[in-house]
Design a protein around this ligand. Structure first.
Ligand SMILES: C[S@@+](CC[C@H](N)C(=O)[O-])C[C@H]1O[C@@H](n2cnc3c(N)ncnc32)[C@H](O)[C@@H]1O
Length: 201
């Protein structure tokens, strides 16, 4: 593990900006130019409400937003901050971003919100052993970001989900997740993100 960092909220404005900036600083130090990024489980937030919840600081707004986010509103009523933060923080690396999710709705929201950006969406179940093969995503990403998603996978399949994240990373690539991978269980440690580097071949 390279390091772990504090992040405080889910699917709200600036949730991961600091984390992504620190990773970007490392990439600049390592002179990495173009980046292929995979984001798994983008989620979505409610337009006009979520954006007032900077870092998830405002509890009543956070609660309201969590309820609204579950409503079956049209795609146009949602947006995604995590995807935008990735595109913006890693802009200098001309990112090619692939966004994956088990559900169609968050992918539709991403496609709609970032239609002019280099973003591709793909449907996959992270807990499926063959997820990478069926989606053609094996081992090619410099950076794999998966926040608050493995925890949604049934417990007995969480190991497979984590193995898939490792498979998606290119040799020497970084994997960022808030899932505990340290051997002391599959619990998500609230507010902590881990950054791993897959060994180079
Ligand atoms: C709580 S949201 C996380 C949103 C955002 N990444 C964050 O950190 O706030 C969980 C996301 O994981 C997706 N998801 C749940 N189970 C999944 C699975 N088995 N494979 C892929 N995506 C999954 C959900 O559809 C949703 O977009």
């Amino acid at each position: 593990m390279l390091y772990h960092l504090n992040v405080k909220t889910t699917t709200f404005v600036n949730r991961n900006t600091d984390l992504f900036r620190r990773i970007q600083a490392q990439l600049i130090a390592a002179d990495r130019k173009k980046l292929k990024i995979l984001q798994v489980g983008p989620g979505m937030a409610t337009k006009f409400v979520g954006r007032f919840n900077d870092y998830g600081r405002w509890r009543p707004v956070k609660r309201l937003e969590t309820v609204l986010r579950r409503l079956p509103l049209p795609d146009a009523c949602y947006e995604n901050y995590e995807t935008g933060e990735l595109l913006s923080v890693f802009r200098a690396h001309e990112p090619e971003l692939t966004v994956a999710d088990i559900a169609r709705k968050p992918l539709n929201v991403v496609a709609r919100n970032f239609r002019d950006a280099p973003v591709m969406t793909v449907r996959l179940d992270l807990s499926d052993r063959r997820a990478g093969e069926s989606a053609g995503l094996l081992g090619k990403f410099d950076l794999v970001v998966c926040m608050a998603t493995v925890v949604r996978v049934p417990r007995k399949l969480q190991g497979t989900a984590l193995e898939n994240l490792v498979k998606f990373a290119a040799p020497g690539g970084l994997i960022v997740t808030d899932q505990d991978m340290t051997g002391c269980g599959m619990a998500r440690i609230e507010g902590i993100s881990h950054v791993f580097r897959k060994p180079a071949d």
